[in-house]
Write a protein of this length. Sequence first.
Length: 277
Amino acid sequence: MSDNNPAPNKEEILDAINVAYRRPVAYRNEAFLDSPDARGLRILSEYLEPLSHFREAKVQDTIVFFGSARILEMGAMGRYYRDARTLARIITEWTRTIESPTHRFVVCSGGGPGIMEAANRGAQDAGGKTVGLNIGLPFEQRPNPWITPELSFEFHYFFMRKFWFAYLAKALVVFPGGFGTLDEMTEILTLAQTQKLESKILILLYGSNYWKEVINFDALAKYGMIAPEDMGLFQYADDPQTALHLLQDWLIRHYLEPDAPLSGPPAKAPAIAKSRV
């Protein structure tokens, strides 16, 4: 070894070995974070990251739009796309007039194409913030370009995505859809029926002919599968203006003027909820 390149001493050799073999701290250890043992941390991150962004953006609550990714603006059922866009626009125009330090009743969708895109697009037409809760799928699902960038989320776990649909929602508008829409809608209906939602929620089924053909709620009540009062858990709407008025009435009575007297008698708890009190 020449004088210009002296041999490393013992301490330098030990330091080099330590650097080469030292484990990274756990929260920077990608191999661990991607492992089955860290699944709990990955689930928790899908709660904490959106929570952080919602707080930073001052999003207090949402109106959630459900519906098919397959409904195209100019397709056979395109009127539902156009109605979803119109409804999201006019409800956002109204909510932007609410004096509040936070953003109230922000339009939220699954973040993909079809009805989801229409809802985000309509909210952006009105100049409002809009949320997209996307999920990685082998087909259909990709983020649409109308979501507010800081409120666009990608989920791995379906149940965490559905948690965020429910957690901030004060109203739900369900446009025609398939298995995914049915899954999301019936979960919210079940949570409302069993009084597991912390907040009161309006569930609005958009397109009465479609929904009455696809789900025979009257038969469910007839055969005792749901209680008669469970039919009051949802309402129908067939045009954007009717939907707007139903949403405004609900949100004003329950959230903007909660101390105002209601127009009717107090709602009775569903029988299934009473049995669990």
